[in-house]
Design a binder for this molecule. Structure first.
Ligand code: ADP
Length: 580
């Protein structure tokens, strides 16, 4: 969407705010042009010694009342306008957030987190200001300009007005030149702020690694360089913004000089009174605000356009996975994959190639194979994080894409190898997929995931905060909390993606046994390196380079004496050596 359409659309939807602001503004403008005329009349009255006593006091009282009314109206209309502008900021941020939460992993692979955060703060602010400050100054400036010019033309002297306006085309030319430069400079400033933000975000996320490698100094130097660049870009934008002012100042000074010379001549010729010349120079003074306002508005608009130029591509980028499905509830049934293939964007080799299987409800599928074989990729297809290049994936007789994403994903619990824990208590982290779960149910899930005893050793048990500001958990504890989270949410399909890799084999066996007991018809897919995790599965698929290399039951695969059987013997030997 173009920037002008964005603003026009917003103003149309919030026209009440803008209309009442404009009405108040029009009243102010009328009062403002009335004041100089009144002052001119009073001056003429005083010069001619016509005005004195009560009449003079009355005139002064009227001027004072007008001043007070102008003050309150100015406050009122700003309030109207700014409440609309804040609404605009909320809309932009909400749209951005909604879009970001719908995008899939391939989007995040290309975008930088810090820059996305800058979009939601800095860039959204810049666009918001176009609907607030810029509208305010634009409205006010244009109206004041129109009224003052009209008064100058009609009520004072049109010849004098034309003469005084001579320098203004030069100013318009200067404005046009400055705006082009400012647009570029503002875009640069926003980009560099994005870079800076990105550096901070990455440094904080990887602060332990940086420290471990002794790279703090280098990172600090990089930060300083980026901060310098951002400051230089901002200074450049400020320089162009500031150059509106001399253009206005020079034009107005020239206009004032012309007015004084031409006006003096007309007074001398007796075709203009001194009072009228006073009024005229007051009007000229009133032009200062609209002129500066136009410079300011242009600066704000250029900044907002540059920000919108960064925001729009993110807001308008098509979703990597469309949510066009219509079936809103998923009744658990058989999952059938037929000749599934997946190619990651920009990747020549397929991550999955012609993979077929069928998984009845309540069954367990084991996915094994060396690193990079395509195990996680298969789970990502089930989650519809990516779309298959070829082949079909059906669940309960319907293609996966015919379900709404919400229906599909709420039917699946996914435990990745490195689960994310939010900054909340352990209990809240476990009940993430089922908010409001009772403490008994949370504890039951934690016991099934063999993490209850660990939790009870934490300072405040289930209430212990984890995440960024909480205690640090071991990899195995995090994995088990994530498994408890998945078990509590009671979904039809459980995907464990190397989710027990950081758990010792004894605990793994315990969790798997619990899982079998508490499964209650739930379909499970266990992907991993450790074959002991899949030995009891109903069906095991061995993937190699994205293809099915072997498949069958544990016993069948052992009898085949292929990769699985070798790996099994090797891992058994390793386990018995560990036990020594
Ligand atoms: P596994 O889970 O078996 O270790 P993956 O499914 O993660 O294997 O990876 C399969 C192949 O796809 C690997 O060659 C890997 O490099 C590639 N791959 C995985 N994720 C991506 C991605 N997001 N973009 C490009 N290639 C990827």
């Amino acid at each position: 969407m173009r920037f002008s359409r964005l603003i026009a659309d917003f103003v149309r939807r919030h026209w009440m705010h803008y209309a009442s602001a404009a009405a108040m503004l029009a009243t102010i403008a009328m009062l403002s042009v009335w004041v100089p005329r009144k002052v001119g009349a009073v001056v003429d009255g005083l010069v001619a010694q016509r005005l004195a006593g009560r009449a003079l006091l009355l005139d002064l009282g009227e001027l004072l009342a007008a001043g007070i009314a102008i003050y309150f109206l100015r406050v009122g209309w700003r309030l109207q306008l700014f409440s609309a502008a804040y609404e605009f900021g909320v809309e932009i941020r909400t749209r951005l957030y909604a879009r970001l939460s719908l995008q899939g992993p391939s989007f995040y692979q290309r975008q930088r987190t810090g820059d996305l955060m800058a979009l939601a703060t800095n860039d959204a602010d810049a666009v918001e200001m176009a609907a607030g400050e810029a509208m305010l100054a634009g409205f006010d400036g244009t109206l004041t300009l129109a009224m003052v010019l009209a008064m100058m033309f009609l009520a004072v002297d049109w010849r004098l007005t034309l003469a005084a306006l001579l320098p203004f085309p030069f100013m318009a030319f200067a404005f046009w030149r400055i705006s082009g430069r400012l647009h570029h400079a503002s875009g640069q400033a926003l980009n560099r702020f994005g870079n800076l933000n990105d550096h901070v975000q990455e440094t904080l996320a990887g602060v332990r690694t940086l420290r471990a490698l002794g790279l703090e100094q280098r990172s600090a130097r990089q930060f300083a360089a980026l901060a310098e660049q951002a400051a230089a870009a901002n200074a450049d934008a400020q320089r162009w913004e500031a150059s509106y002012e001399p253009a206005v100042g020079i034009s107005l000074t020239m206009a004032g000089t012309i007015a004084l010379a031409a006006g003096g001549y007309l007074v001398w010729q007796d075709s203009l009174t001194i009072g009228a010349l006073t009024t005229f120079s007051m009007y000229l003074g009133q032009l200062i605000w609209p002129m500066f306002a136009s410079g300011w508005v242009l600066a704000l608009i250029e900044r907002a356009r540059a920000a919108w130029g960064r925001l729009a591509p993110v807001l308008e980028e098509p979703l990597s996975v469309d949510d066009h499905g219509t079936i809103g509830t998923l009744r658990p049934g058989t999952i059938e994959a037929e000749a599934l293939s997946l190619a990651y964007p920009g990747q020549a080799q397929r991550a999955l190639d012609q993979v077929s299987f069928s998984l009845a409800p309540g069954q367990t599928l084991g996915l094994v194979g060396p690193t990079g074989a395509g195990k996680s990729s298969l789970l990502r297809l089930l989650l519809r994080q990516y779309l298959p290049a070829e082949g079909s994936l059906r669940w309960s007789g319907h293609a996966l894409e015919s379900y709404t994403l919400e229906a599909l994903r709420s039917a699946i619990s996914w435990v990745p190898q490195e689960p994310f824990l939010f900054s909340a208590s352990i209990a809240d982290n476990i009940s993430l997929g089922r908010p409001g779960a009772s403490p008994e149910n949370i504890e039951r899930a934690a016991r099934l995931a063999a993490v209850h005893d660990d939790i009870m050793r934490f300072p405040s048990g289930y209430a212990t905060p984890v995440g960024e500001r909480g205690i640090t958990l071991s990899g195995g504890q995090r994995q088990r909390i994530a498994i408890a989270r998945a078990l509590l949410s009671d979904s039809a399909l459980l995907l464990l993606d190397d989710a027990l890799s950081a758990v010792d084999t004894g605990t793994e066996a315990q969790i798997l046994a619990h899982l079998r007991e508490a499964r209650a018809g739930r379909t499970v897919v266990i992907a991993g390196h450790r074959l002991s995790a899949v030995a009891d599965a109903d069906h095991i698929i061995v993937l190699r380079h994205g293809r099915i290399a072997e498949q069958g039951t544990h016993a069948g695969l052992l009898a085949r004496d292929g990769w699985y059987a070798h790996q099994w013997r090797y891992q058994q030997l390793e386990a018995s050596l560990d036990a020594l």
